[in-house]
Write a protein that binds this ligand. Structure first.
Ligand code: FAD
Ligand code: NAD
Length: 398
């Protein structure tokens, strides 16, 4: 009998953890496991705000995929997924095609622009190693340009659209980085502005108000200006236009206004909400016994509040661990062993730049250096999960 084909699309949190667990659980003669990823490295998305601001080198936030997988057990294909044909059970890649018996979609998210005019064309977003290299270079270029056109103070204005967790973590890093660039380029720090614009009546909507206040206080002291309750309605090559008509000219606009699932999924004819698939209790796409979805492409409702769980790395990892058990069950033809997915949210910790953070761990609120330490521990724990002590020592920041 020919081996069953398990095809994993995307080597982020969901894809890598699924592949690693499967390579341990399935015997080599039970299934052929293939992972397709755009790059030959796995990037640690939760750290990307740092290389984006230039406070950390991007190499620290990526790991070679071949170092993470047993390549005798998992075929790694470096390619870009173009489309999924669910009827023929085939996936079209830029440079080839893959067939599957069981498909895992873990392609992550895309920026949600809500149709705001000019955002796609004129704003940066923090989503990959290449995108953050671009942001860091652009920030430095703005300083260099300003030195040659000192009347253009807009070159030194940095607008961040959205004060969710990504926006808040990024402005924290930016506020640490810009004073260093001021020294390097002989620029008066008074000329530099970081403006974080948020549509909702508060930054970090839905998060604990006391911690939100703490975060805004820390960031204001570092020089961040907030514009709250002020939606961005347009983005132009010169800056942003707000709903109240105000125009802010800025040389750098970074959009952190939210995410949606990867568009490849909705184009495959799978039912989605903002690109995310409302999976069943076993993480299957509705109507497809052979398609599983994990990470940012999956949507799971928190019944307690009747709202979706936010797409996080924490969820992606837990889903991947559960999915690997379910894949073993389906490959072995043991449907009774399928396990329902039950998220276990351990908390949320967000960095505010060097030595500062906020968070809720269990039911406890934490902030300041303790929260910052906790954030580091969470980052190290992930390195340990995917690469053990050697990876912690090689990539960890202590
Ligand atoms: P990803 O990790 O994004 O992986 C998707 C993979 O698919 C990537 O390797 C990508 O290259 C690949 N891919 C995409 N398209 C294609 C294609 N067409 N062909 C081939 N490959 C493709 N969550 C937390 O829980 N805690 C945090 O502290 C936290 N911090 C964050 C900080 C930042 C700056 C950001 C942006 C997000 C943060 N998140 C955090 C959210 C978290 O990063 C995501 O929820 C998580 O990465 C989702 O995992 P995933 O596997 O679904 O997608
Ligand atoms: P988000 O959806 O959490 O936040 C986006 C923010 O942008 C919201 O506050 C929203 O009100 C605002 N916004 C939307 N439209 C706007 C407009 N027109 N003008 C101004 N503001 C606008 O998105 P995110 O911050 O990118 O986070 C994505 C996911 O990643 C979330 O699930 C988040 O929890 C997770 N994440 C977690 C961490 C952490 O745990 N440390 C860090 C980063 C991201």
């Amino acid at each position: 009998m020919s081996k069953q084909k398990v095809l994993i699309l995307g080597g982020g949190y969901g894809g890598i953890v699924t592949a690693q667990r499967l390579q341990k659980k399935l015997h080599y003669n039970e299934a052929e496991i293939t992972l397709v990823n755009k790059h030959d490295y796995h990037y640690i998305t939760t750290e990307l705000h740092q290389p984006a601001a230039g406070t950390m080198h991007h190499d620290r936030a990526r790991v070679d995929i071949n170092d993470l997988l047993n390549t005798k057990r998992v075929n790694f294909v470096q390619d870009t997924v173009v489309s999924i044909n669910t009827e023929e059970k085939k996936v079209q890649l830029e440079n080839g095609e893959q067939e599957y018996d069981h498909l895992v979609i873990s392609l992550g998210s895309e920026p949600e622009t809500f149709g705001i005019e000019g955002l796609k064309e004129n704003a940066f977003s923090i989503r990959s190693i290449n995108s953050v290299r671009y942001i860091r270079e652009h920030i430095e270029y703005m300083f260099a340009k300003y030195k040659n056109e000192p009347e253009r103070e807009d070159y030194l204005r940095f607008v961040v659209g959205g004060a969710g967790f990504t926006g808040i973590e990024f402005v924290g890093e930016l506020a640490d980085r810009l004073p260093k660039l001021c020294k390097e380029f002989d620029v008066d720090p008074e000329r530099v502005k970081i403006i974080n614009i948020e549509a909702a009546p508060t930054a970090l909507p839905g998060f604990d108000p006391e911690l939100v206040e703490y975060a805004m206080d820390v960031l204001r002291k570092k020089g961040v200006e907030f514009k709250i309750d002020t939606p961005i309605k347009e983005c132009t090559p010169e800056g942003v236009v707000l709903a109240d008509g105000e125009e802010i000219k800025a040389g750098t606009i970074v959009w952190t206004g939210g995410v949606r699932g990867n568009s490849i999924v909705e184009n495959a004819g799978i039912e989605t909400m903002r690109g995310r698939v409302k999976v069943d209790e076993y993480l299957r796409a509705p109507g497809f016994e052979d398609i599983f979805v994990v990470g940012d492409c999956a949507l799971i409702i928190n019944e307690e509040i009747n709202r979706p769980y936010p797409p996080t790395a924490q969820m992606a990892i837990q889903m991947a661990m559960n999915l690997s058990l379910n894949l073993v069950a389906v490959v072995r033809g043991q449907p009774k062993l399928l396990r329902q997915f039950q998220p276990e949210i351990k908390g949320t910790v967000a960095s505010l730049g060097k030595g500062e953070a906020i968070g809720i761990v269990g039911k406890k609120k934490i902030f300041g250096p303790i929260a910052s330490l906790m954030k580091k521990i969470i980052d190290l724990r992930y390195l340990f999960i995917i690469g053990g002590i050697p990876l912690v020592l090689r990539k960890g920041r202590f």
